[in-house]
Write a protein that binds this ligand. Structure first.
Ligand SMILES: Cc1cc2nc3c(=O)[nH]c(=O)nc-3n(C[C@H](O)[C@H](O)[C@H](O)COP(=O)(O)OP(=O)(O)OC[C@H]3O[C@@H](n4cnc5c(N)ncnc54)[C@H](O)[C@@H]3O)c2cc1C
Length: 226
């Protein structure tokens, strides 16, 4: 999505797909993208909405996946999902396969461990190549869990510009404005409701309920004082 313009009777959305630019007109538009992206692609927002979105900042993150030639349980222990870490480039070590059955685990033979860095470490890794960053994270992993040494068969790095939107002091004061529709535009995401995935889901359900109620009432868009 490149540009969204709310007009009197509809919303004009411009997007690019496979190198081609398209336009669609819609009665309403739900913006489920991070707040800095909304500010970039929707220039004509009312001031109260711009103010709220500007105060909803995001943290970046990096995560790495390490494939092992042994089950992750042999490194992290049984029934362990996530281990918090301090004093390293890593802030968390996860076994994403913790919910697999013993049968599924036997069939897969190997295992997978995922690590997260948090923002300060992700920023430090920004200037490094993926391979150099992976070397640092793998070294941390092996220092913490020596059983992982010589066990890594493959690895991959992901960098997340808008990983999550931390609810800092003051955010509650703009929470209602973050979640409120602005004319034909509706907003959801973790920036509009605290608690990561749960907040993103909850705010999306709230938008769906609001649209459903408006549709049932056959009403046009809700008015809001500017
Ligand atoms: C590595 C990592 C681990 C995490 N672990 C947890 C956890 O354990 N628990 C938890 O609760 N939360 C966790 N989070 C945070 C959680 O993922 C987010 O809070 C949640 O995904 C936010 O959902 P969302 O729908 O608001 O935004 P997103 O999931 O970020 O979705 C926004 C979407 O908008 C798309 N987009 C961006 N720009 C445009 C554009 N111009 N046009 C069209 N689309 C666009 C993006 O591609 C993306 O798909 C984690 C995040 C990361 C990165």
């Amino acid at each position: 999505m490149r540009h969204v313009q709310a007009r009197t009777d509809d919303v004009l959305v411009e997007y690019v797909s496979r190198g081609r630019r398209y336009q669609v007109c819609a009665a309403r538009c739900v913006l489920a993208v991070p707040s800095p992206v909304i500010l970039r692609i929707v220039p004509d927002l009312p001031q109260w909405k711009k103010h709220a979105l500007r105060s909803a900042d995001f943290a970046c993150d990096a995560s790495a996946a390490f494939l092992l030639d042994q089950p992750a349980e042999q490194v992290l222990g049984r029934a362990t999902w996530r281990i918090p870490v301090v004093g390293k480039s890593i802030i968390g070590v996860v076994n994403p396969g913790v919910t697999l059955t013993d049968e599924e685990r036997r069939r897969r033979r190997g295992g997978l461990i995922r690590v997260y860095t948090g923002q300060p470490s992700a920023l430090r890794l920004e200037g490094k190549s993926d391979e150099a960053a992976l070397d640092i994270l793998q070294r941390d992993l092996i220092e913490l869990f020596p059983a992982a040494a010589n066990s890594v068969t493959d690895r991959a790095l992901a960098r997340w510009q808008f990983a999550d939107s931390p609810w800092r002091p003051g955010r509650a004061g703009v929470a209602a404005d973050l979640a409120a529709p602005a004319g034909r535009l509706y907003f959801c995401g973790d920036f509009a409701d605290p608690a990561g995935m749960e907040g993103a889901m909850r705010s999306a359900v709230a938008v769906a309920e609001c649209l459903g109620a408006e549709s049932q009432a056959g009403s046009d868009v809700a008015e809001r004082a500017q």
